[in-house]
Ligand binder design. Sequence first.
Ligand code: ADP
Length: 559
Amino acid sequence: TSKVKSDLEIAQEAKMKPIKDIATQLDIQEHELEPYGHYKAKLSLEIMNRLHTKKDGKVILVTAINPTAAGEGKSTVTVGLGQALNRLDKKAIIAMREPSLGPVMGIKGGAAGGGYSQVIPMEDINLHFTGDLHAITTANNALAALLDNHIHQGNALRIDTRKITWKRVLDMNDRALRQVVVGLGGPTQGVPREDGFDITVASEIMAIFCLATDTQDLKRRLARIVVAYNMDNEPVTVQDLGAEGALTLLLKDAIKPNLVQTLEHTPAIIHGGPFANIAHGCNSVIATKMAAKLGDYVVTEAGFGADLGAEKFLNIKARMADFTPEAVVVVATIRALKMHGGLAKDQLKEENVQALLGGIENLKKHTETIEAFGVPYVVAINRFITDTDAEGEALLSWCKEQGIPVALTEVWEKGGEGGLELAKTVLDVMEKETNQFAPLYDVSDSIASKAETIAKVVYGADGVEFSAKAQKQMKQFEQNGWDNLPICMAKTQYSLSDDQTKLGRPSGFTISIREFRPSIGAGFLVALTGSIMTMPGLPKQPAALKMDVDEDGKAVGIF
Ligand code: ADP
């Protein structure tokens, strides 16, 4: 048997079409396309004005069960489903997040799909792409610089330097920067204070970037960011510093979505990529909406499993951007279900139907969650070559017994061809089932009640325990007028509970909310359950150490 090709090898062998041709496929006008080289382009926001009255395409969300550390193939299935729909002559566009260099250099390699379902040029997308991450990093750090300068120049806003919540960012995993002291060196070097760095994708500016509906909305949201508290413990905002104009200017090109293509020349819009714990983990609203204007179907994804990604997509993104998702695809893998059934990581490649059926309740819970939102769904079994026929059969027949629409997909191995059954099943449920989509709570519910709804309905918890700090914050937030916002849960992705060792479908547990963080610009309140890392570290063997450029100038080691 021949060696399995790496994602990078497959991507580098692909024959790309010029990006102009992809744009022509979508009837994008010449002045609306801003090429960045031959195979990437930014799309002018004027497209939204031109197509203002056109009916929106149908949005299909790809989510997953609680994943293993390797990921369950959401991006791969997103790309594969888009390709499959195009093979069925449907005008489908993919909308995805931009990768962050932190995980690329650390553990994950790349984040542009896999196998024969990838977006290309894969190296560019994973590296500097069109500079959006740079622009967001710069906007974030410009704000930090303006804030420290304000204090140095006399601190007219009476900012309490012990209560500054705005951090600096870097698009890299760098644990040494988690906690730093800035302003050392005497009176001309600024005012000394404790500070810290987050990874760029954890910046509130990234979350705002992804929820803004246009440039003016971007500016309004940036103005609302709370950066610190003053000596009377009142919030100090970007607007108080007068910085929203400059920040918007720094983002004025980045805010335009990026057009690329898949291995099969399906158009893909890749734009924005916020954290899926302290933020909502979806590509930009502008990208999703533009894709819906340009195509008849949009296939998009949300980070981690359905308990985090889909919950936030449906309760936060769809609500704020005011669109109705038409179908959800829940990706499941046999290896992850076996893990939920109690198998150790090193046993996942061996056939074990009993463990598979033992872990299947995890999948069941996620399908119930999507049902609670009222959106038609399909389970996609993302097939690995190590899966056995007996396991595949067991999972398929379980779904059929439960009346759960299901399709076996082989998009990693076969590209769009391997997703035809999934595409047909998705089209079928969209046609036959009624969509009764509604968010699970009203924003006007109390903070505690919103968190409880998510915990009970989505996680299957008995309830929520709030720490003394969280209780105090809920009162403060009400006084600040921040209680009418959706909740963004920061929770482990590995379990339905807030304890990552509880696999399968845990019951009889409560969720502990330790602290809230107001993301007033983004427009949500982050509820922290465990300790959430906003500046990851590099592993013992970083992926970066295998990266190189060969004699022909080709990238090596991005996977
Ligand atoms: P997620 O979006 O859920 O994090 P990805 O789609 O990024 O997952 O896939 C994670 C990794 O697993 C990628 O390297 C991808 O190539 C690989 N992968 C996904 N599906 C399969 C499959 N069916 N067989 C083998 N490898 C796969």
